[in-house]
Design a protein around this ligand. Structure first.
Ligand code: ADP
Length: 653
């Protein structure tokens, strides 16, 4: 076994790998960018080496810097985790050249599976059923359109080099094909630098079922059962479980054997995942499984497999990389496990990533609940990396027990500061179809209105509670307040003065999630009753003080409330004023207009990249661009003015 490892990753997966590495007696070397200097994965390591600035391309993706760090620290092996360089064949090669063991498959295996079209061609040769479609070399638009017609609509256009659901377009009608192809190519080119596509039949009632496989140096390959990852939002996984509902031992053997054959065809070593798409319209059937792709690394959702098999997959990875044989011949499955991914994002605002300091981060510590996290209270969620903060993995004897446990665990989870998807995940747990095990990849998107109830401006009951707490705090500081110079100009101070003057009712200006509002305070017989728009303060909520505001957690959603004293106006106007602001810290990727340009309502003005996602700012109304203060390429803080649109025709002076 190795004596030391450099973990070429960050966040929860870096922490998770170091946990096993330490148990095995390895010295853990972390790497970090400037944005992660105080991150949990750095503090949990035995040693940590700075590898560059916050931008991933200059740090976590910089091959030479990581190899150099490994040399410097004398690391015997490198574990890449998932994401970043984990599926980069050149990185695996660079490790070999530097004579450092790469905890993963050989470069040829990574390459063989790196492009979806090539991988499918290889699978066909190995007699593994693949999704019907076209995955050849020809890329002529007319030819592809003809192929789509022959395959039969709906079809899915996929980027050959794709990942993370990017460069993918579903096409329902022949007439829509050209536009979709263009869009897929454009996205593929900008995301992967390769515009090649393949076309697949769009599987009806699709279920994503993947098999965990392991291979050792002798070529022995086994599978560790399946994971159902059908709960997705826009083709991205949000919850995973094992076993897959409806799976049985016989079917598992047939599909598991196909997964093993797939890995062997690629000359595999170590941990990998073979992803299948199944048509679940008539239960699970062996002749309705098709190979989709293989991920040549550890998956985010590997813990559900660990929970039902009792194995530590990271330990297996280390042992196999060190030359040991697979530790078992037979894998037994017991119970059921579900995983939920907790993201810093705001479901109510289209799942926009949310940044900032974590004021509170409490995860449940109950039996049967495993928490894999890379953050804690005080951690900074930056726009540079994936916004996943933690994973909850809940084990139960039955599926019902696991889901009930997950529901409770989510209720016990407290994340304050950035918005989180905790309430959304709780709502998913309550979905009838999910509880019944009636899964398909469109389930979440189809039920989005129910899962993310539209909020009318903001949660008034939460706002009222926030105002009530603010008032209590102010009143307890009465003496301080009377000394303030502007004590007479803010109604907040009048609230302190009421006891002197006998005022019965007060209107207090507050700021709720960036919007201004009025809290009404009624001094009846007992303690003051606070309401916003006639809704009284919530009793079923948790209030947490932050440095500049109070955060109210209610029904899984966070509402930020601060007092608005004289002159402390917060947040420039949004769309109504024609001012387009950066929704979060990020990079101004592209400006689609010039100063003075006429624009139509809804026309794209600028594209901002934050947390690995692109966000387009649209013109709120017809008019012209009166201001464009920043140039493309600029780093922008949240709230920065990107453009100003003035209504009506332009008047030249
Ligand atoms: P990526 O590598 O970008 O994640 P995948 O090929 O793994 O792309 O597909 C991601 C998801 O897209 C799948 O989990 C599934 O939900 C959906 N999908 C992919 N191929 C098909 C298909 N042929 N029919 C229906 N849905 C599909």
């Amino acid at each position: 076994m190795f004596k030391s490892v450099l973990i070429a990753n960050r966040g929860e997966i870096a922490c998770r790998i170091s946990r096993t590495a330490k148990r095995l007696g390895l010295r853990c070397i972390a790497v970090f960018s400037d944005a992660d200097e105080r991150a949990l994965h750095v503090r949990e390591a035995d040693e940590a080496i700075r590898i560059g600035p916050a931008e991933a391309s200059l740090s976590y993706l910089a091959i030479e810097k990581i190899i150099e760090a490994a040399r410097l620290a004398g690391a015997e092996c490198i574990h890449p985790g998932y994401g970043f360089l984990s599926e980069n064949a050149e990185f695996a090669e660079a490790c070999a050249v530097a004579q450092i063991a790469f905890v993963g498959p050989p470069p040829q295996a990574i390459r063989a599976m790196g492009l979806k079209d090539r991988a499918k061609a290889l699978m066909e040769k190995a007699n593994v059923p693949v999704v019907p479609g076209y995955h050849g070399e020809m890329q002529d638009s007319k030819f592809l359109k003809q192929k789509a017609y022959e395959i039969g609509y709906p079809v899915l256009i996929k980027a050959a080099a794709g990942g993370g659901g990017k460069g993918m377009r579903r096409v329902n009608r022949h007439a829509d094909f050209d536009d979709a192809l263009q869009g897929a190519r454009r996205e593929a080119k900008s995301s992967f630098g390769n515009e090649r596509v393949l076309i697949e039949k769009y599987v009806t009632h699709p279920r994503h079922i993947e098999f965990q496989i392991f291979a050792d140096r002798s070529g022995r390959t086994i599978h560790l059962g399946e994971r159902d990852c059908s709960l997705q939002r826009r083709h991205q996984k949000i919850m995973e479980e094992s076993p897959a509902p409806g799976m049985n031992a016989q079917l598992r053997k047939v599909i598991g054997d196909a997964a093993v054959a797939a890995a062997q065809a690629a000359g595999y070593l170590g941990a990998g995942t073979v992803e299948f798409i199944a048509d679940g319209s008539d239960g699970l059937r062996a002749d309705r499984f098709w190979f989709m792709e293989m991920n040549t690394r550890l998956q985010v959702e590997h813990p559900v497999t660990e929970a039902v098999t009792g194995f530590d997959l990271v330990e297996w990875q280390f042992r196999i990389a060190a030359g040991e044989s697979l530790p078992v011949h037979q894998v037994r499955f017991e119970g059921h496990a579900v995983e939920a991914r907790i993201y810093a994002e705001d479901p109510a605002r289209g799942f926009l990533p949310s940044t900032g300091r974590l004021i509170e981060a409490k995860f449940p510590a109950s039996p049967g609940v495993r928490v894999d996290t890379g953050v804690e209270a005080g951690s900074e969620i930056t726009p540079y990396y994936d916004p996943m903060m933690a994973k909850l993995i809940v084990y139960g004897k039955t599926r019902e027990e696991a889901i009930a446990g997950l529901s409770t665990a989510l209720e016990e989870t407290i994340v304050v500061g950035p918005q989180s998807n905790v309430g959304f995940l709780s709502a998913v747990c309550r979905l009838d179809a999910f509880r019944k095990g009636d899964l398909e990849t469109g389930l979440v998107d189809d039920n989005l209105a129910q899962l993310v109830p539209p909020i009318d401006r903001f949660d008034r009951a939460a706002a009222a509670l926030g105002a009530e707490k603010l008032l209590q705090r102010k009143q307890s500081k009465l003496a301080d307040f009377l000394e303030e110079t502007d004590a007479t100009v803010s109604p907040w101070d009048a609230s302190d003065a009421f006891q002197l003057s006998g005022t019965r009712r007060l209107s207090l200006p507050i700021v709720v999630d960036g919007e201004t509002a009025i809290a009404e305070v009624d001094y009846g017989a007992g303690s003051p009753a606070v309401s916003v728009d006639g809704i009284y303060s919530a009793k079923d909520a948790l209030a947490v003080w932050g440095p500049d505001a109070i955060y109210v957690l209610r029904l899984g959603r966070q509402t930020k409330v601060s007092s608005r004293g004289a002159g402390s106006g917060e947040v420039a106007g949004r769309d109504r004023t024609g001012v387009l602001c950066a929704p979060m810290h990020g990079k101004l990727l592209e400006l689609r207009v010039k100063e003075g340009d006429k624009v139509a309502a809804g026309q794209p003005i600028a594209i901002i990249e934050a947390m690995k996602m692109e966000h387009t700012l649209l013109a709120p109304f017809e008019g012209f661009i009166s201001e464009l203060p920043l140039a493309a390429g600029a780093q922008v803080p949240e709230g920065a003015i990107i453009a100003r649109v003035l209504p009506g025709p332009r008047i030249d002076h």
